[in-house]
Ligand binder design. Structure first.
Ligand code: FES
Ligand code: FES
Length: 170
């Protein structure tokens, strides 16, 4: 039975059964491999796409649940999206496997909160796991994309203590 999905601004006919997870349709039927398979059970965020602007785990969302939702995948951002550009400036990816999911999470966050606090960033990105530990760069790139100042990632340089008054006479 064919279904019609709204993906990256186009109506797309797919043949997959209604219970098929969206991630399988994207990768196997539509050859859109930017969304990754990590855990397969909604726990890592590697497969994150947007449905009407909200991040969803495509590995655990059957296409029958999508209705007329507008799906946006990493391919739909086009490469010039401000979040992608900030990712490049901060050299965020290491192995890269989690990063399309991270970017989609960040895009959703900034659409809802253009000037997120650190807590906003933490809670929005909490479910996106990076085994390479790129979390600091992800945070920096989100702040950059939002036009927010960076917080120093290392403590200020140590300064030599001033000499005690008595020592100056010795
Ligand atoms: S692959 Fe979907 S959340 Fe891990
Ligand atoms: S960059 Fe390797 S898992 Fe995130």
């Amino acid at each position: 039975m064919a279904a019609t999905l709204q993906i990256n601004g186009k109506a797309v006919q797919v043949k997959a059964a209604p219970e098929t997870p969206l991630l399988w349709v994207l990768r196997d039927e539509l050859s859109m491999t930017g969304s990754k398979y990590g855990c397969g059970v909604g726990q890592c965020g590697a497969c994150t796409v947007l449905a009407d602007g909200q991040p969803i785990r495509s590995c655990s969302t059957p296409i029958s649940a999508l209705g007329t939702a507008k799906i946006t995948t990493i391919e739909g951002l086009g490469g010039d999206h401000p979040v992608q550009q900030a990712w490049i400036r901060h050299d965020v990816p290491q192995c890269g496997y989690c990063q399309s999911g991270q970017i989609m999470g960040a895009v959703a966050l900034l659409a809802q909160k253009p000037k997120p606090t650190d807590d906003d960033i933490s809670s929005a990105m909490d479910g996106n796991i990076c085994r390479c530990g790129s979390y600091q760069r992800i945070r920096a790139a989100i702040k950059d994309a939002a036009g927010l100042p960076q917080v120093a990632s290392s403590p200020p340089p140590l300064q030599a203590p001033s000499a005690p008054a008595s020592a100056a006479k010795i």
